[in-house]
Design a protein around this ligand. Structure first.
Ligand code: CP
Ligand code: NVA
Length: 330
């Protein structure tokens, strides 16, 4: 059946079929090639897009802006609005839906982006909530397609770290949908919510995916991809000391990469990463706790295995595909 995503919101990949995810990945590939060939697009001409940010961002904001401009759309970046303070989410959604053809939201509760989508009357794209980060997963899988010489459903993908945060949840969902062998290598207290795991194991029955959880570092043996994310997500800063204790054994370092026994293993990270002390927060942590690198060592981050900047670039091509597929003049 042909895929048609026109008018759809992207709140979590749970709502998308395997075919729809592959459609978005293939469209991303085409749009990336189009940009590389210097072809200016008009697939979003006469469209206006609103970018709502309640948390900080570099990649997601810039990806939406550049993608929109590349295909002829206009954007408004909105951070200090009345939303939530003097105006409810429902009323905000109803107002923005009158102005814009599509709305991106980055913030805290998943319920907020759901309320927006329910009342806006136009597609809403989740640019990260506490629970999910679906646009990141498309960029991650496009990067795997480019760097691992196997179809996605033959890839062993190991996520190390906080497996119950937005990235852990979303990678597990994506992996289940495309039929990967997904392993969350994490302390049990940071494994994803059991209901979500059960739901994804149901999906896996149809796609051939395997969803495993382990506290044993040998779980990385045979991995094609080692992925990590920050130990403390935005909004959880108060949990810093507890997380460091829990996650230090799961740091991605050269020993862990060697343990995969795969010379071609790739290292991925959604970024930003704490791999040195060149940031305000990194320097503060070094001074207070004597740690100069956290979830990934500088050696791995800068190694030949690392594809993190290709991954970052792919945020733009995949976000463009989402906008084109849902509101574009296709
Ligand atoms: N990976 C990611 O979402 O990056 P930003 O926080 O910079 O948008
Ligand atoms: N888990 C991280 C992802 C950042 C892109 C956070 O929410 O801060």
């Amino acid at each position: 059946m042909p895929v048609n995503l026109r008018g759809r919101s992207l709140l979590t990949l749970r709502d998308f079929t395997t075919e729809e995810i592959h459609y978005l990945l293939n469209l991303s590939k085409d749009l990336k090639a189009k940009k590389r060939n210097g072809i200016k697009g008009n697939l979003l001409e006469h469209k206006s897009i609103c970018l709502l940010f309640e948390k900080t961002s570099t990649r997601t904001r810039c990806a939406f802006e550049v993608a929109a401009y590349d295909e002829g759309a206009n954007v408004t970046f909105l951070t200090n609005s009345q939303m939530g303070k003097k105006e409810s989410m429902e009323d905000t959604a109803k107002v923005l839906g009158r102005f814009y053809d599509g709305i991106e939201y980055r913030g805290f509760g998943q319920s907020v982006v759901e309320t927006l989508a329910k009342h806006a009357g136009v597609p809403v794209w989740n640019g990260l909530t506490d629970d999910y980060h679906p646009t990141q997963i498309l960029a991650d899988f496009l990067t795997v397609m480019e760097h691992v010489d196997k179809p996605l459903n033959k890839v062993k993908f190991v996520y190390c770290g906080d497996a119950r945060n937005n990235m852990g949840n979303s990678l597990m969902i994506g992996a289940a949908k495309v039929g990967m062998h997904f392993v969350a290598l994490a302390p049990k207290s940071l494994w994803p919510n059991e209901d979500l795991v059960a739901e994804m194991r149901q999906v896996a029955k149809y796609t051939g995916a395997t969803i495993d959880f382990s506290e044993d570092l040998d779980a990385v043996i045979g991995a094609d991809v080692i992925y990590t994310d920050v130990w403390v997500s935005m909004g959880e800063e108060h949990l810093f000391e507890e997380r460091v204790k829990l996650l230090k054994p799961y740091q991605v370092n050269m020993d862990l990469l060697n343990r995969t026994k795969n010379d071609n293993v790739i290292f991925m990270h959604c970024l930003p990463a704490f791999h040195d002390t060149m940031t305000e927060v990194g320097a503060e942590i070094a001074e207070k706790y004597g740690m100069t690198e956290m979830e990934v060592t500088d050696e791995v981050f800068r190694s030949i295995h690392s594809v993190v900047f290709d991954e970052a670039e792919n945020r733009m091509h995949t976000i463009k595909a989402i906008m084109v597929a849902t509101i574009g003049n296709l």
